[in-house]
Design a protein around this ligand. Structure first.
Ligand code: AMP
Ligand code: MG
Length: 343
């Protein structure tokens, strides 16, 4: 049921994301717990399909490298089982993404944290069987205390954890990183105009013919409705974190998958947070951070040169200050980054 709901939401988004044209190729793959849609414009069919094949493999490789769920082992899970207090050398790619994540943690005042693995597993939103009840207050309190600032950074990609309860989880950044790398793969196959849409986390390059791409941002409460449509051309990533993605209701309260690291409880200052940035990796991490920070986080996003759309806990929509101003005039010939909002 949850999957059907999610597929429906994605197809609504896709309809607004681009209207089909004869020279547009569209393929989907199921990865990273969601449908990943590739849309390529203005390329030969054979070239587009082999580019999508390669991008799909790259996204799958990243999922395998970072996931803490499912069967099999990877460097992240090995680290999560490593003896506390002993430095572990992580592969460069894992260490680099972890350093980015730790930087977001620092700048966001711990609204975002890549060490919530044990707490996230306790809540269970990413497990095959969806949870229906919150865990005990005692367990939440123990794990949230143990999860904060629990890593020691050594030299050259080495890290140690200070307790057996300190576990990495890249769930709030890996999808953005995957679509970033997926798009690089498309480009290395000569693709210049494309969208990758991973369940609402989107990266575009180029244009849709002589028009910008059009992306609908879904309404967090009225599924099937959009709060605004963004026109985007050039390299732009648009990533949303929402409390409608994975949740259950219990005694009149909504419990969802984005946790406030301080309390260990689902964050309660927003219904959805969208970040628009050239980097999909940063857009993913900061959309989660902004979701936790709520309205107070908007000036910080603006200061870092990113744009945001926040639906707060009352359902009011806020745009970061820069948001209504186009980044640059639309220059389709050179694909200068361009965004414009319609609402
Ligand atoms: P997203 O949908 O990108 O906002 O990421 C949510 C996922 O990231 C969750 O399913 C958890 O695995 C993890 N997560 C939850 N809360 C946080 C947080 N405050 N900081 C970092 N990761 C989180
Ligand atoms: Mg995220």
């Amino acid at each position: 049921m949850r999957l059907i709901h999610r597929l429906f939401a994605i197809s609504i988004l896709f309809i607004t994301a681009c209207s089909p044209a004869s020279d547009t190729i569209h393929e989907t793959r199921f990865m990273m717990g969601t449908l990943i849609e590739f849309t390529i414009h203005d390329a030969g069919q054979e070239q587009a399909l082999s580019a999508i094949e390669a991008a799909g493999s790259e996204i799958q490789r990243i999922e395998n490298l970072f996931t803490i769920y499912g069967e099999g082992s990877n460097p992240v899970r090995l680290f999560n089982q490593s003896p506390p207090g002993i430095m572990q050398k992580l592969p460069t790619e894992v260490a680099t993404l972890l350093e980015t994540a730790l930087e977001v943690e620092k700048r966001s005042g711990h609204a975002f944290s890549p060490t919530l693995g044990a707490l996230n597993r306790l809540w269970g939103f990413s497990q095959a069987e969806a949870p229906a009840l919150p865990p005990s207050d005692e367990k939440i309190s123990t794990l949230s205390k143990a999860s904060l600032a629990c890593l020691q950074h050594g030299s050259e990609g080495s890290f140690s954890r200070n307790s057996p309860l300190c576990e990495l989880d890249f769930g709030a950044i890996a999808k953005g990183y995957a679509i970033e790398r997926g798009m690089e793969t498309l480009q290395s196959h000569g693709i210049n105009h494309a969208i990758i849409n991973a369940g609402g986390d989107i990266k575009v390059i180029g244009t849709h013919g002589d028009r910008p791409w059009k992306i609908g941002i879904r309404h967090p409460r009225n599924s099937g409705e959009v709060i605004t449509t963004i026109e985007a051309a050039g390299e732009i990533s648009i990533v949303t974190s929402g409390d409608y993605e994975r949740y259950f209701n219990h005694q009149g309260r909504r419990y969802h998958h984005i946790l406030d690291p301080q309390s260990g409880m689902p964050a309660s200052k927003a219904q959805s947070a969208t970040i628009i940035s050239s980097s999909a990796t940063l857009a993913d991490a900061w959309s989660t951070a902004l979701f936790v920070m709520g309205r107070e986080g908007l000036p910080l996003i603006g200061k870092m040169g990113m744009n945001a759309i926040l639906v707060d806990d009352n359902g009011d929509i806020h745009y970061s200050k820069k948001c209504r101003i186009p980044l640059a005039a639309l220059t389709l010939g050179s694909y200068a980054p361009y965004i414009r909002y319609e609402n």
